[in-house]
Design a protein around this ligand. Structure first.
Ligand SMILES: *Cc1c(COP(=O)(O)O)cnc(C)c1O
Length: 238
């Protein structure tokens, strides 16, 4: 068996055992194979081994790959998006954009989606860890900083009113730790934020996109509905 097939089997087994530890069903966790910097040949191999969802983090690379391969696969966009690239994101017609991290970007995506006559499914990226290097809405203090919370709530209410984007949930990236257990509070805080938003705004946020190669098992235990896994499937990137 190829390294990619072996990787997929191992990741799926880990997803299964994480689910069973907390009484969840495997089918409630979507695996997005993050194929950035990997070749179409590698992606086709993963597809042959049952993967249908692929994630990319550069707009040009994603557009190129989506042109080469569109039958039977769904493209997810997981990387930081510059405002001027909003139109290209809409052209990609991704299955889901995980990384919408500010209101201005959301408004531009909405405008181009309207012009293209599509509705774009998106997640809102939250900076739960508070690391300066991370994208996302400032949300490290959402529980006890009234101003941060008020700002977040206000912007989400505006987002919800946009006609051509559909807010499907929240996404975050945890800091890197050698011990994945240390990511747990970050994932737990995102899950609690989702519940709080659902109750207070009376909305449904279907997805929690959290967990990568280093920490996806912990993320699943904390309620991830989507995990974004690259290296454990495709190997290290150049
Ligand atoms: C690269 C990337 C991943 C996958 O990371 P791995 O450590 O390779 O699993 C997941 N999410 C985002 C946003 C990424 O940029």
């Amino acid at each position: 068996m190829s390294a990619i097939a072996t990787g997929i089997d191992a990741v799926q087994a880990q997803i299964s055992s994480a689910c069973s530890r907390v009484g969840r069903a495997d089918k409630d966790v979507m695996l997005v194979a993050v194929s950035k910097r990997k070749s179409i040949a590698n992606i086709v191999e993963a597809k042959t081994h049952g993967i249908r969802h692929f994630g990319e983090n550069r707009v040009d690379e994603a557009l190129e790959k989506a042109q080469d391969l569109h039958e039977g696969v769904h493209w997810h966009f997981v990387g930081h998006i510059q405002s001027r690239k909003a139109k290209d994101i809409v052209r990609l017609q991704p299955y889901l954009v995980h990384s919408v991290d500010n209101l201005k970007l959301a408004e531009r995506l909405n405008k181009y989606a309207e012009a293209a006559n599509i509705t774009l499914d998106i997640l809102l990226e939250m900076n739960i860890s508070g690391e300066a290097s991370k994208s996302g809405w400032p949300a490290a203090q959402w529980k006890n900083n009234q101003e941060q919370r008020k700002n977040l709530w206000q912007e989400i209410e505006i987002l919800l009113s946009l006609s051509h984007i559909n807010v499907m949930g929240l996404m975050t990236m945890a800091p890197f730790y050698d011990d994945a257990e240390q990511t747990r509070p970050v994932f737990r805080a995102l899950a609690t934020l989702r519940e709080t938003l659902q109750a207070s705004l009376r909305i449904e946020l279907q997805h929690l996109s959290m967990g990568m190669t280093n920490d996806f098992e912990v993320a699943i235990e904390e309620g991830a509905t989507i995990v974004r896994v690259g290296r454990a499937i495709f190997g290290e990137r150049d």
